[in-house]
Design a protein around this ligand. Sequence first.
Ligand code: SAM
Length: 286
Amino acid sequence: MTYQQTKSTLKKEGLAPSKKLGQNFLVHEHTAQRIVNAAGVEAGDTIIEVGVGLGALTYCLARQAARVIGIEADSGLIRMHQEQQQLPETVELRHGDILKTDLTALARETGEKLKIVANLPYSISSPFLFQLIAHRQAMASAVVMLQKEVAERLLAQPGTKAYGAPTVLLAACAAVEPLLKVKPAEFHPKPKVDSLVIRITFDPQPERVRQLEEYNPQLFRRVVNAAFGQRRKTLLNALSSAILGEDKERLAGLIQQAGLDPRIRAEKLAVEDFIRLSRIIEPALS
Ligand code: SAM
């Protein structure tokens, strides 16, 4: 496809790009192919594609994978593909909202952990990432295109402004790596910002986390969210009301027991620090 072809296909089908659905369609096949190549799709793979759109990525995925399950929320696009009948037989189109899709049930259905590839609608990138974390046991990998600054937050190192709760929550269950940058000129309509494709490789217990033995993921999430909820405050102040009521002295003792200075700020802590801290706090809560 070219930019003009994308525009004329939409016009012919009576479709207009929807902002609400985050529709920025890829207009160059070579860019879609670069993303699929970087994703390392293999011949036997079943790939879940989020947001098929006009099919830019779908056609490239279908050339390399055994099966593609494409989930698309826009009924106009679903109707277009059903009428055109141009998608290869190995592509199974499903009309639905990925945020309402049970990823664990989908993994059970396909018989394997999920490999997701998507040019994500930017409007859902945050809830979708939290959905991946919630279903981490069902996930193998996700290669997703995100707004560059959102992707950079997931890749951030402790001590930087971009480092936050999503960075830490994802780092506890996955490894994240940058794959390639994509410029606004590659889309119709053109977004205002650059995009970055990243690979998220899931492991329910990465080695560095495994070394810390068992931890309670719910409490870990609570501690991380409370710490970053007021990131300009010290760790002690940010956690005191949210975790242990007003008993600051006791909390300060627990933070020290985890080998941390209560005056430190959340952004300086590595994922292992948060896990150690939540393990030490847990008995104090009961
Ligand atoms: N894959 C196509 C491409 O690369 O050109 C389209 C990408 S476009 C950025 C995002 C696509 O996701 C749109 O087709 C949009 O309709 C679809 N979409 C938006 N929200 C969705 C949701 N909650 N569930 C499934 N698909 C969604």
